[in-house]
Design a protein around this ligand. Structure first.
Ligand SMILES: [Zn+2]
Ligand SMILES: [Zn+2]
Length: 266
């Protein structure tokens, strides 16, 4: 059974991942993938924004490293992308980065629910204890919906990342999910099935089976993502992700070439 493309992986340039792109590519071939895509955390508007994004000066180095992986793995299709933080007010910066290279796709992600809080950062987990989870989830999904509507991205990353540390709201989140998926459908974006959630406290693929089911019913297309931060994580748990997709009724996933979408049979 052919594995779908793994469209989300990182490099040491983000300062919290290990393994050169060519090493991740080698692992991809070992586990039987035929297509992967690098999606490093974008350089931020200021390098001192935080300590986990790629630095502005490393931009060309990123392109070179991926080029090297392509040279050394000619039988593997390797796409080039960015995982871009969507932060309201920073649209001009996102536009500049988007124009800087003929990216195969751009993944929109929300980690920041305010300029100072990245909700998935283990060093900032204490913030969760001072807040109402429903309020955080609402802000998170509002931003994710804005990212989908922004027109910059082809894919939205790890749609319920806010569950990472298991701060679940008691309230019904269906309206939040619905608004997000409606925007995804209207703007023609694909949603990631991201297996990194299985390696976190929540022990569940991003997004949850319920969200995947709703997305399938609304015919929102999907991509697959390991969110690898190390070579051994490339393609991790793709069998589970495939089962999740098929159980929800998905028959196809998306590939992208210079931001043009193509549907591939699962
Ligand atoms: Zn990361
Ligand atoms: Zn991310």
């Amino acid at each position: 059974m052919a594995l779908p493309a793994d469209y989300h992986m990182h490099t040491p340039l983000c300062r919290h991942a290990v393994g050169e792109p060519t090493e991740l590519a080698a692992h991809a071939e070992r586990v039987g993938l035929t297509e992967i895509g690098f999606s490093e955390h974008n350089p931020m508007v200021r390098d001192d924004w935080d300590e986990w994004h790629m630095l502005q000066a490393d931009f060309d180095l990123y392109l070179d490293k991926v080029e090297k992986a392509r040279r050394e793995h000619p039988n593997l299709t390797i796409k080039l992308a960015l995982e871009m933080d969507f932060i309201p007010g920073q649209e001009d910066w996102i536009r500049q980065l988007a124009a800087r290279h003929p990216w195969d796709y751009l993944i929109g992600a929300v980690h920041y629910v305010s300029d100072s809080w990245d909700l998935d950062n283990p060093k900032r987990i204490s913030e969760w204890k001072t807040r109402d989870p429903f309020h955080v989830w609402t802000t998170y999904f509002e931003r994710l919906t804005m990212a989908a509507e922004s027109g910059f991205f082809q894919i939205i990353a790890h749609p319920d990342l806010c569950k990472k540390f298991c701060f679940y709201p008691k309230e019904d989140c269906t309206p939040l999910f619905k608004r997000f998926l409606t925007a995804m459908k209207r703007h023609g974006l694909a949603m990631e099935l991201n297996t990194a959630g299985l390696r976190k406290d929540c022990r569940e693929i991003y997004p949850s089976p319920r969200l995947v089911q709703m997305a399938a019913e609304m015919e929102v297309p999907i991509t697959f993502a390991s969110d690898a931060h190390a070579p051994a994580e490339v393609g991790a748990n793709f069998t589970e992700a495939l089962t999740l997709a098929r159980n929800a009724g998905y028959t196809h996933y998306c590939r992208f070439t210079q931001r043009q979408r193509e549907m591939v049979k699962l």
